[in-house]
Design a protein around this ligand. Structure first.
Ligand code: ADP
Length: 544
């Protein structure tokens, strides 16, 4: 990027002093030339013409010197010699013809001294002029000191003071401008460095970044974006497909097209390449940028190659699905044979108790396998809704049935389940699915409880929702686990190390079910004290 060079000073030769000297001296000599011409034309000359031309010559000599001397290379003080010599020359001119008012020419050197040499120049110039003027006046026997004798020195003094003040103001402004220029240069340098840092960071990351301006032009792209484009364009431009990998993506649904239309979106999956050949899948996110006044500044589009990630997820789901499928058949057979054994009245009571425990655990195992299968059949179905058949039902008997089925397991750990807080509340839900959610929440409340702990279930109408709460006095959930609890296969850190069995699917499936009803499930917890899971589902449309 080209930068304006704001630097003046040592690099660029400063010709200011040359210019000041030449300008001041030329102004004086121009006036003197005019006066000399008039002196020749005017006859008779009112004074001593020889003396007059001596003065004129002196001014010319000083002008010649001024033009020849490189003032920037000599000390500043030397430049004051020129106006000083001019003063003497003007004194000669004034003496050559006292009535002509040539003393006015002192204005030039006095103003020069006052504006270029500060207070010393002002005082020196005025004092020298007054002394010269007084000398010339005293040497002139014909001059009578009158009221007007003082006019010239006073005017010179006023003008010199005004030049001095103007010069000071100008110098102050200039120094302010210099400072501002320095600040500006530093700010520019900082911005340039920041821009460079941002570019380096952008080039270092492995996701593509495109910055689109408000007019739709591409302002910035990083290296990763170029790499992604090259990887996709091997041979010819590849066909693009929607997130299912098979439906062709219409041209106006391409992420960049959408961003150019002003849309903001996140995680749009686009498959590139035919389903039969090698393919890449990109996850693309577009964010709108606005200034502080809310005006649109364009967008940033970020794309990431998630081919390997999706392949890994798919492989995991396939493995989980096939393992669970393989487990289901022998499990069903085990349950069948256990049933047959229990049907036999000759089985002794002690053996019957053991077989019943085995049957309960086998049933639990079958439920787990069913959960895993259900989850892996719907691997990345973000948009596909879970099928539900809602109807207006009373929640109380549903809770009661879920509690009853959990009582044997609760008894093993001496956990008391209290559902007296469940009133007669009617919800518009799929009873089978809601039972699945309740089973899971109550099972967790018992499983993650302490021996001899408590579980309380409440249900009440809250606005247009029915709110069901399952509260336990168990181990609680750590802050870092809370955010990920509802992700599939996620299990709490302490739970994983404790050896407690589980799949990490129950809450994910529960949330999916509740959301399919248009509700939500949330959790509050305090480690060591207990947790409360809250389910919100729509209230019944007509309460009997
Ligand atoms: P699973 O119980 O099979 O591990 P879930 O999806 O039902 O899977 O639960 C996920 C995780 O949430 C559990 O592993 C556990 O860490 C945590 N959790 C769920 N319910 C509770 C609870 N009532 N108290 C403490 N932790 C819980």
């Amino acid at each position: 990027m080209a930068e304006p060079n704001l630097q003046t000073g040592p690099l660029a030769p400063d010709r200011t002093r040359d210019r000041t000297a030449v300008l001041n001296q030329l102004m004086l000599s121009a006036v003197v030339v005019a006066l000399a011409a008039l002196g020749v034309i005017t006859t008779p000359f009112p004074g001593d013409i020889a003396l007059f031309f001596l003065g004129v010559l002196s001014v010319f000599v000083m002008t010649a010197l001024t033009l020849l001397i490189p003032w920037n290379r000599v000390a500043v003080g030397w430049m004051a010699v020129v106006p000083a010599a001019d003063m003497l020359a003007i004194a000669v001119l004034r003496a050559s013809s006292p009535p002509s008012g040539l003393g006015l020419l002192w204005l030039f050197p006095v103003m020069w001294l006052a504006s270029s040499f500060g207070l010393a120049g002002l005082v020196g110039g005025v004092v020298a002029t007054v002394v010269l003027f007084a000398t010339v006046v005293l040497l002139d026997p014909a001059h009578h000191v009158t009221y007007s004798t003082f006019l010239l020195p006073l005017v010179l003094l006023a003008l010199a003071a005004s030049s001095y003040l103007t010069a000071r103001r100008f110098a102050a402004q200039r120094s302010l401008l210099d400072k501002q220029a320095q600040v500006l240069a530093a700010a520019l340098e900082r911005t340039r460095r920041q821009e460079q840092e941002v570019t380096e960071v952008l080039d270092a990351v492995d996701f593509g970044v495109v910055r689109i301006d408000a007019d739709g032009s591409t302002a910035v792209t990083n290296e990763a974006h170029g790499r992604l484009q090259r990887a996709l364009q091997v041979g010819h431009a590849p066909a693009a497909y929607q997130d299912d990998g098979t439906t062709p993506l219409p041209p106006d649904e391409f992420p960049l097209e959408r961003a150019l239309r002003g849309e903001a979106f996140s995680g749009q999956l686009v498959w590139f390449g035919d389903p039969t050949g090698p393919r890449h899948v990109l996850s693309v996110t577009a964010r709108r940028l606005t200034d502080t006044a809310g005006h649109d500044l364009g967008a940033v589009v970020v794309s990431r190659d998630v081919t390997a990630e999706l392949a890994a997820l798919q492989a995991r789901d396939e493995l989980v699905a096939s393992v669970s499928h393989e487990l289901r058949t022998p499990l069903t057979s085990i349950l069948g044979y256990l049933d047959l054994v229990l049907d036999d009245p000759s089985v002794p009571v002690a053996a019957r108790r053991s077989i019943e425990i085995a049957e309960r655990n086998a049933e639990r195992l079958l439920a787990i396998v069913a959960d895993i299968l259900a989850a892996s059949r719907r691997p990345h179905a973000v948009t596909a809704q879970l099928p539900i058949e809602p109807a207006d039902i009373d929640v109380r008997p549903l809770v009661r049935a879920a509690v009853e089925s959990m009582l044997p397991r609760a008894a093993e750990r001496r956990v008391r389940i209290d559902d007296t807080g469940v009133g007669e509340v009617w919800a518009h839900v799929d009873a089978h699915r809601l039972r699945q959610v309740l089973d899971n929440l109550i099972a967790n409340a018992v499983k993650y409880n302490v021996d001899g702990g408590q579980v309380r279930i409440d249900a009440a109408v809250d606005g247009s929702d029915v709110c069901i709460e399952v509260t336990d006095t168990g181990v609680g959930i750590a802050e870092h686990d809370l955010q990920r609890l509802f992700q599939r296969f996620y299990r709490g850190r302490s739970v994983r190390s404790s050896g407690m069995t589980g799949t990490g699917l129950g809450l994910a499936i529960s949330r999916e079910i509740v959301r399919a009803h248009g509700g939500d499930i949330t959790v509050r917890s305090e480690p060591g004290v207990g947790s409360t899971f809250t389910v919100r589902v729509p209230q019944a449309r007509s309460v009997p």
